[in-house]
Design a protein around this ligand. Structure first.
Ligand code: NDP
Length: 322
């Protein structure tokens, strides 16, 4: 089978097409013939070595496809089942061996592409809004990079809850996508100072919560746009990792809270995974959550997909098609 391997960490050029045997399942695994694999910013961190993995590895941790074979202890799945998953490394490939406990069945109404596009970013938006900081109707949230994969889903789900959303985006075109997704206001933070604008838009009161996947470039100002006892939910570092931080600033700036959550801890049990995946996939079936597929790349073009994602050229979801 064809797969995209990383033998040494580095830039997009280290993503190499290789020929490998189709994996055989361990007792608790299923083999999935992949129809669509999601590209996510976390794949960049693994490729760079920011998140370490033993080498070589097959990049990617999200896909949808068909079960071809199951291990001897797998009872809830059989060959032919349509499934999707996230949080298991190795999805940039034609086949992957996946722990059965990570696989969820895809509703008949959804395509493989929709399912692959929804699992990681959809469940991320879900846990950030419903569990990390439980956003309430009438509250105001600031969502950074709102035209991105996670961003567009965060905006839609926050509006469904009944919150006000101030979005940021890098260009006017992206800002329009954020508005179309429901954002009440959108700040083009490459042109205007988002701190000044957010304070102005909230009559100097600040927001209840900031959802920030941009990190290094936005972190300091995030602390200045929160109301007292507000929450900074720092869930990624697309612009770089946030440097070490003096906790006394949280007190000085209003007894603030900061958390740095990860999807794995919010889908750790089968029950929680099924709840989140079920709700997200159902929202798509019902038309309450719209997916924006930026582009579907051939598997061999994974490096180009990474260049586009890192180059801030994309909006919504990037997929690879084996
Ligand atoms: P996006 O589609 O959001 O792409 C990243 C976006 O970040 C860009 O389009 C760009 O939007 C913005 N950005 C701002 N500064 C930079 C920069 N210097 N370089 C690159 N991009 C920049 O990606 P994803 O939806 O896949 O991920 C968004 C974030 O969410 C990432 O940080 C990712 O790690 C994190 N994440 C965290 C999870 C968790 O559980 N903790 C799970 C899933 C994702 P613009 O041009 O509008 O600024």
């Amino acid at each position: 089978m064809k797969a995209i391997q990383v033998a040494q960490t580095g830039g997009p050029e280290v993503l190499t097409v290789v020929d490998l045997p189709v994996p055989a399942p361990k007792v608790n695994e299923a083999i999935v013939k992949i129809e669509a694999a999601g590209v996510n910013f976390i794949d960049v961190y693994f490729r760079e070595g920011r998140y370490p993995s033993p080498l070589p590895f097959i990049n990617g941790q999200e896909a949808a496809g068909t079960v071809t074979e199951v291990g001897s202890e797998v009872t809830n799945l059989k060959a032919g089942d349509r499934v999707a998953y996230t949080s298991a490394l190795g999805s940039y490939a034609e086949y992957a061996a996946v722990p059965a406990v990570r696989l969820v069945k895809i509703p008949d109404a959804l395509s493989f592409e929709q399912a692959a596009a929804a699992m990681l970013q959809g469940m991320t938006a879900h846990y950030l809004l419903y569990s990390t900081y439980k956003l309430q109707k009438g509250e105001t949230a600031l969502v950074h990079a709102a035209a991105g994969g996670v961003g567009l889903l965060l905006v839609q789900m926050a509006k469904k809850i009944g919150a006000s959303v101030i979005a940021t985006a890098g260009t006017e075109e992206k800002a329009q996508l954020a508005r179309d997704a429901g954002a009440d206001q959108c700040i083009i933070y490459t042109q205007a100072d988002f701190e000044t604008e957010t304070r102005r838009l909230t009559n100097d009161e600040g927001v209840h919560v900031v959802y920030d996947g941009v990190g290094k470039a936005t972190f300091d100002k995030d602390l200045n746009v929160l109301r007292p006892r507000g929450y900074l939910v720092l869930f990624g570092g697309a612009s770089g990792a946030v440097p070490p931080f003096d906790l006394i600033k949280l007190s000085q700036k209003g007894s603030l809270f900061i958390t740095r959550p990860t999807l794995g801890h919010y889908t750790a049990t089968r029950e929680e995974l099924e709840w989140r995946a079920g709700e997200v996939l159902q929202m798509i079936v019902d038309g309450d959550l719209k997916l924006r597929i930026h582009h579907v790349y051939p598997l061999a073009d994974a490096a180009q997909a990474h260049r586009d994602l890192e180059g801030r050229k994309t909006t919504g979801k990037l997929l690879l098609k084996p």
